[in-house]
Ligand binder design. Sequence first.
Ligand SMILES: Cc1ncc(COP(=O)(O)O)c(C=O)c1O
Length: 355
Amino acid sequence: VTDPLRVHGDADIRDRALLDFAVNVRLTEPPAWLRERIARASLGRYPDDEGAVAAVARRHGRAPADVLLTAGAAEAFVLLARALRPAHAVCVHPSFTEPEAALRAAGHAVERAVLRRPFTLSAGDIPDTADLVVIGNPTNPTGILHAADLLAGLCRPGRVVVVDEAFMDFVPSASASESAPASLAGRGDLPGLVVVRSLTKMWGLAGLRVGYLLAPAALAARLRASQPLWPVSAPAIAAVEACMGAQAIAEAQASARDVAAERARFAQALSMLGLDVSAAATANFVLARAATGLRATLRRHGIAVRRGDTFPGLGDDWIRISVRDGASNALLLDVLAGLSDALRLPAAASVNAPV
Ligand SMILES: Cc1ncc(COP(=O)(O)O)c(C=O)c1O
């Protein structure tokens, strides 16, 4: 039996060719200009990340010593779990489960702060004694974008606050040169703040394994000491450098705005069909309550959506649906429209049930 914390969207599409609304990576492969940059990386030499680290530092207004490249955000969670000795670790849920899985695998006890619908955080949800707090922003799968001030307020001496910003590239900012207003990536002043970023979601690079973290230099050095030698390959380093450029950031911003517009249309159409769509979406997916068997019904129609029941705090009447292009989304909507209410709609009794 698989640990529910170790179930991810890719499991929903592994065994069959299905139309994929389960994995929340924007592209099936990276854009051509990025593939070319990756292909040009030298495979004969050991990787050198100095230029890429400088590029990340420049993008976020940080010192290079605050930057650590990682083999995806996933590696960052393992490094944190192995390097830190938290006495009271708290993971905020529902959320991506790998941080908690990594902490447990490293032998740490983890307390869960489970947010109830509408899944917003209050400062009081985090116990004062917590010396390690992990939270996603925007959060997978709820789509909630927590205010930067609220998360900054969690930071204090003696506590590490890990903010997983794997989906932050989907949050449009006022101008191409600015970071998303909710991002804490530029906040080198906050004690114990670790911001984790990924290239996976925006750039269609799930298979390359590349991301980075930003932390006060001493903490970044501690995490670096837990890494193996040359943990990030030359092609992955080339991708980082390419994606930190002004043109890439402008492209990501344009894409974030397109995704937001398509998501609004899609979420409204799903609501019109009776799904109980969580209102807060800010990334390239929506979370919804629906009939308990809807995921299985959609599979029979060749469509995969992400199961909700493996996220602490959600049950099997929740599904996460990726926002695809208009034509693919229309296909899913057509299939849903053809289903009877009983196959599609959340149980009426639980709509107003106390949470
Ligand atoms: C919120 C969140 N953070 C991090 C990750 C891991 O990303 P990476 O591919 O960079 O390891 C995922 C992957 O699903 C995710 O959903």
